[in-house]
Design a protein around this ligand. Sequence first.
Ligand code: SAM
Length: 274
Amino acid sequence: MPSSRGHDEYQSDEPKSPFRRHFEIKVFLAATRLPPSLPDKNAALTYRCTQHESRARYLATYDDVEAAKYDAWITALTDTDHDACVADLTRHVAFSANIDVLDAGSGTGGLCLALVRIAGLCITALEPCIPMTRLLESKPELRSVRTVQGFCDHANDLSHFDAESFDVIASRQLANCLFDPLAAFRNWHVWLRAGGKIVVMDGLFDRDAWTGNWDGVVDTLPLSACRTTATVPYLLEQSGFQIDFTGFMESTNALPSTRTKRYMVVATKPLGNQ
Ligand SMILES: C[S@@+](CC[C@H](N)C(=O)[O-])C[C@H]1O[C@@H](n2cnc3c(N)ncnc32)[C@H](O)[C@@H]1O
């Protein structure tokens, strides 16, 4: 029997996303088919949707219109914003010319626009949504960036790159989107050269940041509303990295354009670690 809260939600006039409706139907079917005392060993549904459904939602949501809306925020970033990001990055990572850098979950190029300000980097941008990549590729400043289409948080994604392809793997506002952060960090561990660096930049987002098209997603992604800087380094450590720095992005957070406090984790793949 539905709880009164569930009933209220059902009666609500608020439009429901197809994903949410599908999720609720699956919950209903799972609840009605099984005797409560007999968990189905093979049931895919546990506490959230499947990774396949989560990915389908990303690909469907970032159509041309949504990608353009996202890009409006990125194109509104000024030199001061990009310089602040570079200052935060270079305070903790020593970049040198000709190193290979992967921007994971590159979107329309928010982080790439900062990375190209560091001289001589060979930058690759990994992004699953084609409309986002198209907008990245349309930016003259990012002409030198190589783009690859794909997700990064499943063992099957490992084939996007050879082992030991990169000296630095950086991500900005990707961690909160990952369905399987540990799978992503395991893949990054393989793609990174020994001694290479991981940089994760994210924000201390609240549950209520996930609205509109993203309604309901907060309870499907483990890092979606992370209010502590400890979870990402903890997971990176579990994935074989050594933590160099965890803290706030001082230069970025000092800007009036930054609404949600940003933090950064830098980690190393230890030498002799395959
Ligand atoms: C919030 S946007 C950030 C984009 C960009 N890094 C920036 O700073 O503007 C997150 C991006 O990650 C991509 N994404 C989501 N899940 C992903 C995954 N599992 N692997 C790689 N990229 C993913 C999304 O398509 C989206 O473009």
